[in-house]
Design a protein around this ligand. Structure first.
Ligand SMILES: *[C@@H]1O[C@H](CO)[C@@H](O)[C@H](O)[C@H]1NC(C)=O
Ligand SMILES: *[C@@H]1O[C@H](CO)[C@@H](O)[C@H](O)[C@H]1NC(C)=O
Ligand SMILES: *[C@@H]1O[C@H](CO)[C@@H](O)[C@H](O)[C@H]1NC(C)=O
Ligand SMILES: *[C@@H]1O[C@H](CO)[C@@H](O)[C@H](O)[C@H]1NC(C)=O
Ligand SMILES: *[C@@H]1O[C@H](CO)[C@@H](O)[C@H](O)[C@H]1NC(C)=O
Ligand SMILES: CC(=O)N[C@H]1CO[C@H](CO)[C@@H](O)[C@@H]1O
Length: 238
C-alpha cells in the first residue's frame, strides 16, 4: 500500500500545486471570468472556501491535508482546519483522515502561535477524537494541551477548545493518567474561570472522578491546595 500511497501523494501535490497557483491568480486578479478550466476534481482551495458543505471523499481529504501541510498562509490554514474538523464529524472520515496520516498534520498545528489557528486545530482534533482508535494517535498531544490550557488567556476560545479536547480524551479511562499532574491546575481554572470555563472543567473533573485511579489525586488537591471557601462552593456539587 505504501508505494501506491506515495504515488497518490505526489499526484495530489501536482493537482494541488496547480490549484494553489490558481488561488493566487484569483486573489490577485479578482473574480474568475468565464471560460473552461480542466480540473480533474475540486481543487483544494474550493474545498476551503466555506461554500463546500458536502462530505469530502478520500481524494479530497488528501488534497486538503496536503494543503494544510504545505501552506504558510494563516487564512488558508484556518479554513483547511475548519473544513477538516467539519468532515471529522463523520466516522468514516475519522478513519480516512487517520489512515492518510492526517492526525499529526492537524496535531502539529496546535503549536501555532496564532491562537485562532491553534483553536481550530484543537477543534478538529476534538472531532477526530470521537473515534476511539484515533484517540491512540491523539494521546501524544494530551500533555502539551494540558500545559497550554493553563498558559492560554483565561476564558479564551483556545482555552475552551483545549478543555473540550481533554474532556473527550477522558471519556474512557485509557488516557486519564496523562492528566494526573494537571488536577490542581484544573481546580484553579474552576475557581477563576467564568461560566463556560467552569462547566467544561467540571465535565472533565467529573470524568476523572469516576476513575478510582484518579480519585486519590483529586482528593489530595481538595485537601491541600484549595481554600475551604472554594471547596464548599464547588467540590460538594460533585
Ligand atoms: C491568525 O490567523 C487568522 C485567521 O486565519 C488571520 O486572520 C490572522 O491574521 C492571523 N494572525 C496573525 C498574527 O498571523
Ligand atoms: C465538529 O463536529 C460538529 C458536529 O458534531 C460540528 O458542528 C463542528 O462544526 C465540527 N467542526 C469543528 C471544527 O469542530
Ligand atoms: C465529545 O464528547 C461528548 C460527550 O461524550 C460528545 O457528546 C461529543 O459528541 C464529543 N465530540 C465533540 C466533538 O465534542
Ligand atoms: C465522561 O463523561 C461523558 C459525558 O460527558 C460520559 O459519556 C463518559 O461515560 C464519562 N466517562 C467516564 C470514564 O467517566
Ligand atoms: C466567558 O468568557 C468568554 C471570553 O470572554 C466569553 O466569550 C464567554 O461568553 C463567557 N462565558 C460566560 C458564561 O460568561
Ligand atoms: C468509532 C469509529 O469510527 N471507529 C472506527 C475506527 O477506525 C476503524 C478502522 O478504520 C473503523 O473500522 C472503525 O469504525
Amino acid at each position: 500500500m505504501g508505494g501506491a500511497r506515495d504515488v497518490g501523494w505526489v499526484a495530489a501535490g501536482l493537482v494541488l500545486g496547480a490549484g494553489a497557483c490558481y488561488c493566487i491568480y484569483r486573489l490577485t486578479r479578482g473574480p474568475r471570468r468565464g471560460g473552461r478550466r480542466l480540473r480533474p476534481s475540486r481543487s483544494a482551495e474550493d474545498l476551503t472556501d466555506g461554500s463546500y458543505d458536502d462530505i469530502l471523499n478520500a481524494e479530497q481529504l488528501k488534497k486538503l491535508l496536503y494543503l494544510l501541510e504545505s501552506t504558510d498562509d494563516p487564512v488558508i490554514t484556518e479554513k483547511a482546519l475548519v473544513t477538516l474538523g467539519n468532515n471529522a464529524a463523520f466516522s468514516t472520515n475519522q478513519a480516512i483522515i487517520r489512515e492518510l496520516g492526517g492526525i499529526p498534520i492537524v496535531g502539529n498545528k496546535i503549536n501555532s502561535l496564532n491562537q485562532s489557528i491553534k483553536e481550530k486545530a484543537l477543534n478538529a482534533l476534538n472531532n477526530l477524537s470521537v473515534n476511539v482508535e484515533n484517540q491512540t494517535k491523539i494521546k501524544i498531544y494530551v500533555p502539551q494541551v494540558c500545559e497550554d490550557v493553563f498558559a492560554d488567556p483565561l476564558n479564551s476560545a483556545v482555552q475552551l477548545a483545549g478543555l473540550r479536547l481533554l474532556t473527550n480524551m477522558t471519556v474512557t479511562n485509557d488516557y486519564q493518567h496523562l492528566l494526573s499532574g494537571s488536577v490542581a491546575g484544573l481546580f484553579h481554572l474552576l475557581l477563576l474561570g467564568n461560566g463556560s470555563t467552569k462547566v467544561q472543567v467540571l465535565k472533565l473533573l467529573l470524568n476523572l472522578s469516576e476513575n478510582p485511579a484518579m480519585t486519590e489525586g483529586l482528593l489530595s488537591v481538595q485537601v491541600s491546595r484549595l481554600p475551604t471557601r472554594f471547596i464548599s462552593a464547588h467540590i460538594q456539587r460533585f
